[in-house]
Design a protein around this ligand. Structure first.
Ligand SMILES: [Cu+2]
Length: 119
């Protein structure tokens, strides 16, 4: 009986927990994909006190990085990374954190840029 309930919950979550790619403002992903030349989701909202991981795509032609527009980050960027690399940051403070790729975007959200809201 318990197994039946568990399977029902998993099946329900399988449908309800799918991110809607057209609704970026309300996404909450702990993993942000990096491709040529985008962050997905570019606008993300997550709960405080957890790791967020940027994953550099396995088929990217270009080198990218995560560079913080401002904030308490040391170092202030991920360094240039290539295919399959990851960059993980622990967010223990509520706030809005803007970032960009220094090769394909600029601070304040133009080009390859993203915003992470931690609440
Ligand atoms: Cu880039």
């Amino acid at each position: 009986m318990r197994a039946g309930v568990l399977i029902a919950v998993v099946a329900l979550c399988g449908l309800a927990c799918q991110p809607d790619p057209t609704d970026q403002g309300s996404m909450n992903s702990t993993e942000i994909a990096i491709s040529d030349d985008d962050f997905t989701p570019a606008v993300d909202t997550v709960a405080v006190n957890q790791n967020i991981r940027w994953v550099f795509g396995s088929t990217n032609a270009d080198t990218h990085n995560v560079t913080w527009d401002s904030g308490p980050f040391t170092p202030t960027n991920s360094g240039d990374k290539i295919n399959g690399s990851t960059y993980t940051v622990y967010f223990g403070t509520v706030g809005t954190y803007a970032y960009h790729c220094s090769h394909h975007g600029t601070a304040a959200g133009s080009g390859m840029a993203g915003t992470l809201t931690v609440q």
